[in-house]
Design a protein around this ligand. Structure first.
Ligand code: ARG
Length: 465
């Protein structure tokens, strides 16, 4: 049987394998709500401009609503022979309202239709992801406030560098996820233009009103060039790029959770809800959720690469290649949403081991910079010289198995005779973090203030929707 939507000039139907490779209904049925919204807007516009009668439009609109409830209720039969969501819906519309259904496709093509549906879908997905990112930020900011003064080792090269607070560390991620939200919001702004009415590629000879359909669908304006409207997927690429960056942030955080929760580090304890045991080693508590967040990043990057490759060789305007835009976008956005939700749960449930953190914070001569800074501030040494003196004191501490705070004053004075008892005031980890009050620094007073301001901002965002 030839295709009833476009088979007029075809003598035979497609080969079985053609149907297999051509059909997108298995994945694009997800676009049903957007497809129906787009069709309704188009139909209303056709009636308003007198291109179809009000009576026909009413029948079509009612039919589309029926189809929406059939699909939502699970009593819609999707057919592969009908290829995609657009033709599945249109065929069902014909069953419901008769030949008048055929008027809906006036001044429209599946090319502008699918571009419209996909933009609407990605726009909704952005809003959903933004909400999940905000939830994660809230969880992090609340933990940060609770632990504004909990001292832990700050690392560079994963070597203890200087003490920081746990709250400060988590607020770093709050900032990163804020930029992820910013990237999605920017992408949303550029995405929010309507391709509907570009028709197949060249526009249409009917006197349609593209402003009207754009407004009806919540777009800011119609796209200005019909070729561009049907043939670019940069909006999807932008979202995948933003998703890849967000996934990178999540993966780094997950990596830290994996490392910090090993007995070797022992800095945090994960809850039972986000760990698993081993079937053979009874002592184990494995950070599976964090490991999976780290690993799922691969699917997000993969999707971004996949769509870049699909698009990069395509001449304008539409090519069927572009049907392959959906799976990577669905995969990446579903994956990111799962990663975000799991991470928020993990963060809410995890407990820092305050004692272990404090102990680790003092290891590795982490207050050496405080000692050097004291030499600069109190004795007026140039920093480079202070660095050298401190190095000698660290070497003494190492030889004698002492922490910096335990090195006797006379040993310090061997390195620099003018050092006084006062130096010990800067050598504790608590004083070290307390002193870092510079803007953006780790001092508990800074952390408390910033955590509170984030919590407030996130509340106001949520209230204003
Ligand atoms: N299922 C198609 C897609 O997703 C719809 C557009 C088909 N257009 C065409 N000219 N064959 O891209």
């Amino acid at each position: 049987m030839t295709n009833k939507m476009w088979g007029g000039r075809f003598a035979s139907g497609p080969a079985e394998i053609m149907e297999e490779i051509n059909a997108s209904i298995d994945f694009d049925k997800r676009l049903f709500a957007q497809d129906i919204a787009g069709s309704k807007a188009h139909c209303r516009m056709l009636a308003e401009t007198g291109i179809i009668s009000g009576e026909d439009a009413a029948a079509i609109l009612q039919g589309l609503d029926t189809i929406a409830s059939e699909i939502e209720g699970g009593d819609f039969t999707f057919s592969r022979a009908l290829e995609d969501i657009h033709m599945n819906i249109e065929a069902r519309l014909a069953e419901l309202v008769g030949p008048v259904a055929g008027r809906l496709h006036t001044a429209r093509s599946r090319n502008d239709q699918v571009a419209t549906d996909f933009r609407l879908y990605v726009r909704d997905a952005i809003d959903h992801l933004d909400g999940l990112l905000a939830d994660l930020q809230r969880a992090l900011a609340e933990k940060a406030l609770d632990h504004a003064a909990t001292v832990m080792p700050g690392f560079t090269h994963l070597q203890p560098a200087q003490p920081v607070t746990f709250g400060h560390h988590y607020l770093a991620y709050v900032e990163m996820f804020a930029r992820d939200r910013g990237r999605l919001t920017d992408a949303r702004k550029r995405l929010n233009e309507s391709p509907l009415g570009a028709a197949a590629l060249a526009g249409t000879s009917f006197a349609i009103d593209r402003e009207m359909t754009a407004k009806d669908l919540g777009f800011d304006r119609p796209m200005q060039n019909s070729l561009d409207a049907v043939s670019d997927r940069d909006f999807a690429l932008e979202v995948l790029a933003a998703a890849s960056i967000a996934a990178t942030h999540l993966s780094r955080m997950a990596e830290e959770i994996v490392v910090w929760s090993t007995p070797g580090f022992g800095l945090i304890t994960l809850s039972d809800k986000f760990t698993t045991g081993s079937s053979i080693m009874p002592q184990k508590r494995n950070p599976d959720a964090a490991e999976l967040v780290r690993a799922k990043t691969g699917a997000v990057f993969g999707a971004f690469t996949q769509l870049l490759i699909v698009m990069k060789g395509l001449p304008l305007a539409y090519s069927k290649d572009m049907q392959e835009d959906k799976v990577p976008v669905f995969t990446a956005l579903d994956t990111l949403s799962l990663m975000l939700t799991a991470m928020t749960g993990m963060v809410r449930d995890m407990e820092p081991n305050v004692q272990a953190m404090r102990k680790a914070a003092g290891a590795g001569y982490s207050t050496a910079t405080d000692l050097a800074d004291w030499l600069v501030r109190e004795l007026g040494l140039p920093f480079r010289e202070a660095h050298h003196v401190t190095g000698e004191i660290v070497a003494y501490a190492e030889e004698n198995g002492l922490t910096l705070a335990r090195v006797p004053l006379d040993a310090m004075q061997k390195a620099e005779p003018r050092i006084t008892q006062d130096v010990f005031s800067v050598l504790s980890v608590a004083n070290s973090v307390k002193s870092r009050k510079s803007l953006g620094g780790t001092a508990p007073s800074n952390v408390r203030k910033l955590a509170r301001s984030w919590i407030k901002r996130l509340e106001t965002d949520a209230a204003s929707g």
